[in-house]
Design a protein around this ligand. Structure first.
Ligand SMILES: *[C@@H]1O[C@H](CO)[C@@H](O)[C@H](O)[C@H]1NC(C)=O
Ligand SMILES: *[C@@H]1O[C@H](CO)[C@@H](O)[C@H](O)[C@H]1NC(C)=O
Ligand SMILES: *[C@@H]1O[C@H](CO)[C@@H](O)[C@H](O)[C@H]1NC(C)=O
Ligand SMILES: *[C@@H]1O[C@H](CO)[C@@H](O)[C@H](O)[C@H]1NC(C)=O
Ligand SMILES: *[C@@H]1O[C@H](CO)[C@@H](O)[C@H](O)[C@H]1NC(C)=O
Ligand SMILES: *[C@@H]1O[C@H](CO)[C@@H](O)[C@H](O)[C@H]1NC(C)=O
Ligand SMILES: CC(=O)N[C@H]1CO[C@H](CO)[C@@H](O)[C@@H]1O
Length: 450
């Protein structure tokens, strides 16, 4: 929590008991957030009942036991066109939240879960509701009083005098690789210090307002990857969006995966590149759901479910509860994400929205997580070669577990050949070194195919 220290130390002398960082902030924001958010399931069509259902389902379906804790309200929770004309506060919509956000927060907290809220660093939210620029301090104090635990802070309706003349290229790497900025933002002069941008400043004002409250509020930046956030995001919030919005089309999910694969060196404890909320349950195939969840967990993106949990398919639920992937995401010792070790179809480091990196690995307490992604629509045979994997580069034999079935594949020497269904991802947890072992698993009935 190094980025919080200077503020806490200035605001509160170290001797005051409640204000040591570990007491006030705990470990909040150290690991990727796990939770649920209303947007992908309901957009603006929200009522309190949906949040209470999500919270109850966290418990009934074992998601809370798996580690999910945040129940987050997205846009449209408030009276649209005015603040309270006496207190200047935001007003919860009484039709959607009859007992106010405080009433909903109390019910969520009674289930030992946490609650998130939403606003924008602009005059209005993206759906045109009252937002927080010029009101950061009163809004932060209001949310703290209501018992809010998490803020998603969006980037819509920025006043003209707060709009940057240049916001860089999104995705940032497209300009680096191809030399041309193909997105709408204007390119900044090379060497531009984006921490001095108006965007960075808008997001810092809210950071300071939140830190001044006597309450831990996880701060999630939703600045769409703009204004060189890769340079300053980890000094401002626990996570920052690296792209525009996700949607449930498979192509968009692969596009975001490709973009984020270039930003992973910036990710560690206390700072997470947010690849946006999950679309599992919103029309993806089970293979696509596995790939989406596995790669988002491996990249240490926040994992916010975005579907109606009362109607989720049991196979999709099992994906969201996968204990190997959640353990990797929430590892207390290893903060770095998994990264590509080989692209596959395209040469390494190719920026390509349809054929991104296919071979990934990352270290964890339980061993090396290896993911093998198939971007094609049909099955492919692929091979995990230990010597190609940085964590296993000396080769040899290892105990291997299939993360989807939990099946122990025994001692595997040198490499493992697998058949990966279209759009699917095979996940291997490569553990202890062992003696002997088989060269591959053909003939063992691995995945019931060979
Ligand atoms: C403040 O808002 C209330 C409720 O809408 C309204 O009845 C009242 O007239 C307003 N007062 C002022 C001074 O605008
Ligand atoms: C923009 O204008 C508002 C209202 O006049 C002012 O409070 C704010 O400081 C201005 N922002 C910048 C970046 O100058
Ligand atoms: C690279 O830039 C050229 C224009 O200079 C463009 O035609 C091409 O589509 C770009 N490629 C990618 C992958 O963006
Ligand atoms: C801060 O919050 C704690 C826990 O809710 C409370 O006990 C304490 O009195 C508060 N301190 C101040 C200065 O409000
Ligand atoms: C992406 O990669 C595929 C496979 O190599 C290739 O066919 C396609 O042309 C690439 N797309 C772009 C925009 O370069
Ligand atoms: C994978 O390899 C096995 C064994 O050679 C073969 O039977 C199977 O058809 C292959 N699958 C694909 C998709 O090529
Ligand atoms: C910001 C960022 O991650 N940039 C990466 C863009 O891609 C090159 C490889 O072409 C990497 O070296 C950079 O780190």
């Amino acid at each position: 929590m190094w980025y919080l220290y200077p503020y806490l130390l200035t605001l509160f002398p170290a001797a005051t008991p409640l204000v040591t960082p570990s007491v006030v902030r705990g470990d909040v924001g150290k690991l990727p957030a796990l939770g649920w958010n209303s947007w992908n399931a309901y957009h603006c069509d929200i009522t309190e009942a949906q949040f209470l259902t999500a919270a109850e389902k966290f418990i009934d379906l074992g998601l809370k036991d798996a580690g999910y804790e945040y129940v987050n309200i997205d846009d449209c929770w408030q009276i649209k066109d005015r603040r309270d004309n006496v207190t200047n506060r935001l007003i919860p919509d009484p039709a959607r939240f009859p007992e106010g956000i405080k009433g909903t927060a109390d019910k969520i907290h009674a289930l030992d879960l946490k609650i998130g809220i939403y606003s924008s660093a602009g005059d209005l939210t993206c759906a045109g509701y009252q937002a927080s620029i010029n009101h950061e301090w009163i809004d932060a104090a209001t949310w703290a009083e209501w018992g809010i635990d998490y803020l998603k802070y969006d980037n819509c309706n920025v006043p003209a005098n707060w709009t940057d003349a240049c916001r860089g290229c999104v995705p940032e790497n497209r300009s680096l690789i191809n030399g041309t900025c193909v997105d709408q933002q204007e390119l900044c002069p090379s060497g531009f210090d984006y921490s001095k941008s108006l965007t960075a400043e808008r997001f810092r004002i809210m950071r300071d307002a939140l830190l001044a409250q006597n309450r831990t509020i996880l701060y999630s930046l939703c600045e769409w990857g703009e204004a060189g956030v890769q340079q300053w995001g980890k000094d401002v919030g626990a996570s920052w969006r690296m792209s525009g919005d996700i949607d449930p089309r498979w192509g968009r999910i692969v596009d975001i995966l490709n973009q984020n694969s270039f930003y992973l060196n910036n990710v560690d404890f206390w700072g997470h590149s947010d690849a946006d909320m999950l679309e599992v349950g919103n029309g993806l195939t089970i293979q696509e759901s596995r790939s989406h969840f596995a790669l988002w967990a491996a990249m240490k993106s926040p994992l916010l479910i975005g579907t109606d949990l009362a109607r989720i398919d049991p196979a999709e639920l099992e994906v969201l509860k996968n204990k190997y992937l959640i353990a990797f995401s929430q590892d207390a010792k290893y903060g770095a994400p998994a990264k590509p070790y080989k692209w596959g179809t395209n040469p390494d480091w190719t920026f390509n929205a349809s054929f991104p990196a296919e071979y990934w690995s990352g270290a964890s307490t339980a061993g090396t997580l290896v993911l093998i992604f198939n971007p094609y629509g049909e099955s492919k045979n692929k091979t995990a070669v230990w010597k190609e994997i940085p964590e296993l580069s000396k080769g040899g034999s290892y105990q291997v577990t299939d993360i989807w079935s939990g099946k122990q594949l025994g001692c595997v020497k040198g490499e493992l050949k697998v058949e990966v269904e279209g759009h699917d991802t095979i996940g291997l947890l490569v553990g202890e070194e062992c003696k002997g072992g088989k060269r591959d698993v053909r003939g063992l009935g691995f995945f019931g195919r060979w």
